[in-house]
Design a protein around this ligand. Structure first.
Ligand SMILES: NC(=O)c1ccc[n+]([C@@H]2O[C@H](COP(=O)([O-])OP(=O)(O)OC[C@H]3O[C@@H](n4cnc5c(N)ncnc54)[C@H](OP(=O)(O)O)[C@@H]3O)[C@@H](O)[C@H]2O)c1
Length: 368
């Protein structure tokens, strides 16, 4: 599929979930085929009463996608690809599930990890709040406001609390990463900013002379049904993954790169209610991985993660999944899977789906 249509394909996968009475499918046409043949095939496709939602039409036939279980045998696993000399760039790596992966890469390689996030590097937390849990910290913030005569605005208090807890976690994560013996750098920048992000990539090449692997995990969600989405919110979610991926595609030196891993989502593969922007962005990553993997000597792979028991998964999503017996990926399992994927030798796919409860997920997608 042409990359320019990839986002649309993801968008329609979510559309079909939100408007289940409308039959939606994306049809990928091989434009080198004679137009008379394509026109005939397209009319047949429109008349077909099936649940396929992603179809390719070529001169040789009609193609649909099916998930295959490809759990590798131990004999297919080689050595871990990164060592003490390696330099690995990890966007989103100081927080969330990408940080769990960074921890394993640091442990195994002891190499150089360049981490990127928007959060400024936090200052050490003051002694007086360090031992407070979330509930006590909230009380502390309220008391502080009262004492200074500031109005008590609950939303502001919650925002401050969230920030403090995130800063605390980032500091703890960076300390844990450094404790592995790996060399850790943290850069505060927005990956949507081509000048800043591209500049960092150039700087890594200039300073270290190499970049062996990239894990692109930066991402945000702002879930809302399509009818309630604003263009600004759509752009925010989409550009965080897509603009940054295009910077990587442009600035990386493929001849030196062993791995480029995009953190994509089952939402890109299947679509999801309230995630038209996120599905679209992740489906773009899937198709970009397919495209780059054909052209670059190293491996490019998009991993369609199902929900982890960590990171951006909201309480609401947890409730929906629990009601459908869809289990979350335990953190050690997700980390183990990525390590395995990095060690895989021989034939390797550019798009991989990793989720618990795949049959239940498929049923949910089919609207059952
Ligand atoms: N958790 C899951 O179950 C799950 C499932 C499927 C796919 N994924 C994918 O896995 C990745 C990580 O998810 P997560 O759950 O760990 O999310 P998370 O906890 O919200 O962490 C997201 C990370 O991305 C960074 N980030 C966001 N926007 C950025 C920007 N514009 N520039 C630089 N850094 C940015 C954040 O740091 P700052 O806030 O400091 O910028 C943070 O480190 C995402 O791409 C997500 O789509 C996660």
């Amino acid at each position: 599929m042409a990359l320019t249509s990839a986002g649309l394909c993801g968008l329609f996968k979510s559309f079909r979930q939100e408007y289940q009475t409308v039959h939606t499918k994306t049809v990928d046409l091989d434009l080198t085929a004679p137009s008379a043949i394509l026109a005939g095939r397209l009319i047949e496709e429109l008349a077909l009463d099936d649940r396929s939602y992603e179809v390719g039409l070529t001169t040789t036939g009609r193609w649909t996608l099916r998930l295959n279980n490809t759990t590798p045998h131990a004999s297919q696993l080689g050595a871990f690809p990164f060592d003490k000399e390696s330099v690995v760039l990890i966007t989103g790596g100081a927080y969330g599930i990408t940080c769990d992966i960074a921890q394993r890469i640091a442990d195994l390689s002891k190499g150089k990890l360049v981490l990127v996030g928007r959060s400024p590097l936090p200052d050490e937390e003051p002694e007086e709040t360090r031992s407070l849990d979330a509930a006590k910290l909230r009380m502390h913030l309220i008391a502080e406001r009262k004492a200074s005569g500031q109005p008590l605005v609950p939303a502001q208090i919650e925002q401050n609390l969230k920030r403090m807890l995130k800063d605390r976690q980032i500091l703890a994560n960076l300390q844990a990463l450094e404790a592995t013996g790996a060399t850790i750098e943290y850069h505060s920048l927005d990956v949507r900013d081509e000048e800043a992000f591209g500049g960092l990539i150039d700087d890594v090449y200039a300073r270290f002379g190499r970049l062996d692997g990239v894990i692109h995990g930066a991402g945000v969600i702002e879930d809302k049904l399509m009818r309630d989405k604003t263009p600004q919110s759509y752009a925010n979610v989409f550009s965080t993954k897509v603009d940054s991926a295009m910077v990587l595609a442009k600035r990386l030196k493929p001849e030196q790169l062993k791995f480029l891993v995009f953190f994509s989502s089952v939402s890109g593969r299947f679509g999801n209610n309230g995630q038209c922007d996120y599905s679209s962005a992740n489906e773009f990553l899937n198709k970009l991985a397919d495209d780059l993997d054909r052209k670059w000597p190293g491996r490019v792979v998009a991993i369609n993660w199902g929900a982890w028991d960590a990171g951006m998964v909201s309480d609401e999503l947890r409730r929906i999944y629990a009601s459908r017996q869809i289990y979350l990926i335990p953190v050690p399992e997700g980390v183990r899977f990525l390590e395995q994927e990095l060690r895989l030798t021989g034939h390797r796919e550019p798009e991989v789906t990793v989720a618990c409860s795949v049959p239940q997920l498929a049923r949910m997608v089919a609207g059952e």
